[in-house]
Design a protein around this ligand. Structure first.
Ligand code: MEV
Length: 324
């Protein structure tokens, strides 16, 4: 028997360090509360009681029984893992797990990890066994592996913890300090970001010429370390202007890795030309989203330039404001 429950999870952006993070370099990522996944568990009404657990994924218009789910279904895996963890040995309870999400799919904003995080949280709560962030993150990591092949774990971590994280694969995440909140524009290319494919292509390149690509990963790691110090003490580190340069340099390394795209190049260039302090793709790349660092007076002009250059939509987020 389950109780009604509801849980949410935010989207995320990676500030710096994607791809290199898969190879042990640090990355910085922050939650984006302006987009969310929400999961609701509803117990059955009367005679439906024997009908098992149904999953209703509204964003993709699907409703199916857990037992009949495809093996590669991440939401079904999230539900099974949660049931094993919170009600070991018991048959799936009767009821419906409904998922809604405003996070664009395959866009680098962590939609896959967020819907699974919301599902795990809601189901655990419905079973009377709410789980702490570390356990939610560990369960969702398994759904990320199903979706992306060899993920670093950064998406499930930042989304399950819901706070800015300094992430190194295989180590406990560290929340990091943002001394002065800053504004990012998150612009959607409208092209899907095939994370499994870009991660696989980077792996293939690295296997062919490990020393060459290790050097790029290390250069990205050095930018991430400098950014962390700068975010903790902006004036000492050169301020937002320097952070913008670090974003630009990280983007150049991602281009070298082969994960940019003509759309990402056009949009990052448009953002810089309109006054952004820096811009880079964020997430798996070859599509999805880019981030542009802006000071308040330039925000409207940069947003307009991004839309003129073909962005499908632009979100604004204040990074670090949640801690104020
Ligand atoms: C995807 O959001 C970030 C990547 O670094 C992959 C990963 O870390 O698993 C591209």
């Amino acid at each position: 028997m389950i109780s009604p429950a509801r849980a949410a999870a935010p989207g995320k952006v990676i500030l710096l360090g994607e791809h290199a993070v898969v190879y042990g370099q640090p990355a910085l990522a922050v939650p984006v509360a302006g987009v969310q996944a929400v999961a609701t568990v509803t117990p059955p009404a009367g005679p439906q009681a024997a009908a098992g657990l149904w999953i209703e994924a509204r964003a993709i218009g699907r409703r199916y029984r857990l037992e009949a789910a495809r093996p590669a279904d991440p939401l079904a895996l999230a539900a099974r893992l949660t049931l094993e963890r919170c009600a070991p040995g018991a048959p799936p309870p009767a009821g419906t797990l409904t998922i809604d999400s405003t996070i664009p799919i395959a866009s680098g904003l962590g939609s896959g990890a967020a819907v699974c995080t919301a599902a795990v949280r809601a189901l655990a709560a419905a079973l009377g066994r709410p789980l702490p962030p570390a356990e939610v993150s560990a369960l969702v990591f398994q759904t990320e592996t199903l979706l992306h092949g060899t993920p670093s774990g950064i998406d499930n971590t930042v989304i399950a913890y819901g706070q800015p994280v300094w992430f190194v694969k295989g180590q406990p995440p560290e929340p990091f300090t943002i001394a002065a909140p800053f504004q990012l524009l998150i612009a959607d290319t409208g092209q899907p970001s095939p994370t499994r494919i870009t991660v696989g292509d980077v792996r293939a390149a690295w296997q062919q010429a490990p020393a060459r690509w290790e050097a790029v990963f290390q250069a990205i790691g050095a930018l991430v370390r400098e950014a962390r110090a700068l975010l903790a003490a902006p004036a000492a580190g050169g301020g937002l202007g320097r952070l913008g340069e670090l974003l630009d340099r990280n983007h150049a390394h991602l281009r070298e890795l082969g994960v940019s795209s003509p759309e990402l190049e056009a949009l990052t260039a448009a953002a810089r030309a309109a006054g952004a302090l820096g811009a880079k793709l964020s997430g798996g790349g070859r599509g999805g989203n880019l981030i542009a660092l802006v000071e308040a007076p330039a925000a409207d002009a940069v947003e307009a330039a991004l839309l003129r250059a073909g962005a499908k939509r632009v979100l604004r987020t204040m990074v670090g404001a949640e801690a104020q």
